[in-house]
Design a protein around this ligand. Structure first.
Ligand code: SF4
Length: 417
């Protein structure tokens, strides 16, 4: 077991994700030379469709962090941000991007080209605190960039009322006016409708892909979760839709042939919290033990629908709903959604990733663990690690706990079969 490793991909379509990642970042690094205005923004909101409809280049600093982790570039960025005084306990996404913009962005060419300096920043007024703080730091680092300060109420999904939606609609309209003024480009509302329709299609395909993981044996494991890249960076485009259609076709074919991820699927697992981006190969450890991670918390972020007939309202709703789907969820809702997933995906065991640098998604794991054991008799394990920082992951400790957990699940399976 290494600190860093890559997962084994089984889906042909999923292997294409490397090309899509490469092309997206090439597009980013060439944007300035082509005269395309560049805006940096947080993921999971209604701005991406506006960007693609207006022919602008969206850049997602938060998404750049897992890419840095996967390519082994995160440690140098951590060193820079820690030397600036940022605590090692802070979110790894935040520490990575702050280190990156104060170092490598100016001095080196990385494997995917460097991120282009922003012409404008969309600074969020919601989401978790580190997401907001990333943008406060970016405002100071790029003083020449125009800044749009978004202001959305942070409301739980069930509490969203008409006045919240009305306010979010005004914020989307204010954002469009800001971008028009900053870039000199006019919004084409037909293109916006098209982009929203494409996002809706991508989200529908995403849900369908996830639903195929319910089959036994499952045709898709968490080892291929990198396909999520298109949901972060390519919503509102045909690129996401075409790619997800290919993934879905392949899953349908695999299900028809009863071809699982591994030859003999014995244990079905749920993963809570963000994966270890520097070590997606961890999922292969379970597969070698005849276990497959068939569902996880993170993938629900894209379980949303958009009505393209009223694109502004659709984007307002998306902006209100996206964060409460994953990182700003009440304890009760978080518990309910994991219990529901355990039933729907026929889960035998749950892996709680106690993520040192992401508190919003780690809070409450002990309570959920207890409820799963009491209500569904589903055992679980807690793995101490970090989604970004390999220094907080200890392979020997992981192996010790995971071996015992898998042996117990396999013995339980044997006893009941
Ligand atoms: S939800 Fe977690 S990982 Fe995402 S930005 Fe917030 S603290 Fe970081």
């Amino acid at each position: 077991m290494d600190k860093k490793s890559k997962s084994t991909k089984r889906l042909q379509a999923a292997k294409e994700i490397n090309r899509i990642v490469f092309e997206y970042y090439m597009e980013c690094s060439q944007a300035k030379a082509k005269g395309i205005p560049v805006g940096w923004m947080p993921p999971m909101n209604g701005a991406i469709e506006i960007f693609y409809a207006m022919g602008l280049q969206p850049v997602f600093p938060e998404n750049w962090s897992p890419v840095c982790a996967a390519f082994g570039l995160a440690p140098q960025n951590f060193e820079i941000s820690e030397n600036m005084g940022y605590s090692i306990d802070l979110c790894g996404y935040l520490r990575n991007i702050i280190g990156y913009v104060h170092g490598p962005i100016e001095t080196s060419q990385c494997i995917l080209g460097n991120l282009p300096v922003p012409d404008f920043l969309l600074s969020p007024g919601g989401g978790c605190v580190p997401v907001m703080k990333i943008f406060h730091a970016l405002e100071r680092r790029f003083p020449d960039a125009a800044v749009f300060r978004a202001d959305l109420p942070q409301v739980a999904l069930n509490d969203i009322q008409p006045h919240h939606i009305q306010y979010a609609v005004q914020e989307i309209q204010r954002l469009i006016s800001f971008i028009e003024e900053t870039t000199g480009r006019k919004m084409d509302y037909d293109k916006l409708e098209e982009a929203v329709a494409l996002s809706d299609k991508a989200c529908a395909l995403w849900d369908e892909i996830m639903s195929y993981r319910r089959y036994i044996p499952t045709p898709f494991s968490a080892a291929e979760i990198g396909i999520m890249f298109v949901m972060v960076t390519r919503q509102g485009t045909r690129i996401a839709v075409d790619f997800l259609e290919k993934v879905l076709d392949e899953l349908k074919d695999r299900v028809a042939r009863k071809q699982g991820v591994i030859p003999e699927e014995k244990i079905r697992l749920f993963w809570d919290n963000i994966p270890l981006w520097y070590n997606l190969g961890l999922f292969n450890y379970f597969e070698e033990m005849n276990g497959v991670v068939v569902a996880e918390t993170y993938s629900t972020a894209w379980s949303i629908r958009l009505d393209a007939r009223d694109p502004i309202k659709a984007l307002a709703l998306k902006s209100l709903k996206s964060y409460p789907l994953v990182s700003c969820v009440s304890m009760d809702n978080r518990m309910d959604s994991i219990v529901k997933a355990c039933k729907e995906y026929s889960i035998d065991g749950v892996i709680f990733h106690r993520n040192k640098s992401c508190l919003p998604i780690t809070l409450g794991q002990m309570d959920i663990k207890r409820r799963l054991e009491e209500q569904l008799q589903i055992p679980s394990i807690i793995i101490d690690a970090d989604h970004m920082d390999e220094r907080n992951f200890f392979p020997a400790q992981f192996r010790n706990r995971a071996d015992a957990f898998m042996e117990m699940l396999l013995a339980k399976r044997k006893a009941t079969s």
